[in-house]
Design a protein around this ligand. Structure first.
Ligand code: TUI
Length: 307
């Protein structure tokens, strides 16, 4: 399954890993790249120097390409943007904003720039600014999301731009990959399934919560303040929704979630922590290595697509 994305990135399979905050560190990124996909270090809210260390550690574990995801709401986004250039990273994805102001610097360094977008308008704008591809991310995804579903977003973006499109949101097996290709995508981004991989450093409680999840077990908090985030329902999401209904300010609600993703990922607090995961969690049933996951997904996709 050679596509413009596998060629652009020099990877074997058209699968890239989501840049998940706290989760996408060097063990996961190198395992996905070693298995033939594109692994990414998630910059999240980390300072530039922390990201630099993660990049160096990942490079010790694989000679294959790895990317970095820049979370644009981070106070350290600018530092991370520079570290990527200094460390010779060749692929960047961005999330939760518009990366325009970094594009020139990245392009000049020969970096492939792949913004994650949740609308046709931003996809077109990114193409004009020189993006090499876009990730069209539907609201089935975990974490910070837009409003459009993957089913509606991917074909509309594929029609609107000439650069290749990577589909994201709700993709966790070969059927999802085949469907994404039918919608016009040339690769997929997978997040939630990789969270439960053997190489993922995520706390066992978090992995078990995803493996046990049913289709309807995620909830979206933060819609009232324009920062919708999908995570698995728990004490924290119930409390958040209650306070949102009471009309609490964005600042008060932010305070409630401060550090809660870290607590869930590293400490295993799946009760008061934020267990970000996509709607496909209900279908994810077992821990496997990244290689097993990728090979299983590709085999299924190839059969369905007749390739
Ligand atoms: O970025 C993500 N997913 C994320 S980031 C994150 S860390 C975080 N935690 C709590 C609150 C906020 C962030 C967790 N998950 N996905 C990519 C993505 N980007 N989805 C949607 C967007 C997006 C939305 C609006 C991109 C651009 C945009 O508008 C930008 C503009 O200026 O038009």
């Amino acid at each position: 399954m050679n596509t413009r994305i596998t060629q652009l990135l020099g990877i074997e399979y058209p699968i890239i890993q989501g840049g998940m905050a706290w989760v996408a560190e060097h063990h996961l990124a190198s395992a996905v790249s070693e298995a033939g996909g594109l692994g990414l270090i998630g910059g999240a809210n980390a300072p530039g120097e922390v990201v630099r260390e993660e990049i160096r550690k990942a490079k010790k574990l694989t000679n294959r390409p790895i990317g970095v995801n820049v979370m644009l709401l981070s106070p350290h986004a600018e530092d991370v943007a520079k570290v990527i250039v200094e460390e010779g990273i060749k692929v960047v994805t961005t999330g939760a904003g518009n990366p325009e102001k970094y594009m020139e610097m990245w392009k000049a360094a020969g970096i492939k720039v792949i913004p994650v977008v949740a609308s046709v308008a931003l996809a077109k704008r990114m193409e004009r600014y020189g993006a090499d591809a876009v990730v069209a991310e539907g609201c089935e995804s975990g974490g910070h999301i837009g409003e459009q579903t993957t089913m509606t977003l991917v074909p509309q973006i594929a029609d609107a731009v000439s650069i290749p499109v990577i589909a994201a949101g709700g993709i966790g097996d070969g059927r999802g990959i085949a469907a994404a290709f039918m919608l016009g995508a040339e690769a997929v981004q997978v997040g939630t399934r990789f969270v439960v991989s053997k190489e993922s450093i995520v706390h066992d409680n978090y992995k078990r919560r995803i493996i046990k999840a049913k289709d309807i077990d995620s909830a979206v908090t933060g819609r009232t303040h324009g920062h919708p985030v999908r995570s698995l329902r728990n004490q924290m999401t119930r409390e958040y929704v209650k306070l949102e209904e009471e009309g609490k300010s964005f600042e008060e609600l932010e305070y409630l979630t401060l550090g809660t993703l870290r607590n869930a990922v590293l400490e295993g607090d799946v009760i008061n922590g934020t267990v970000m995961a996509g709607q496909i969690a209900g279908m994810i049933s077992k821990e496997q290595t990244c290689k097993e996951m990728i090979e299983e997904m590709m085999e299924q996709a190839r059969k369905l697509l007749g390739r």
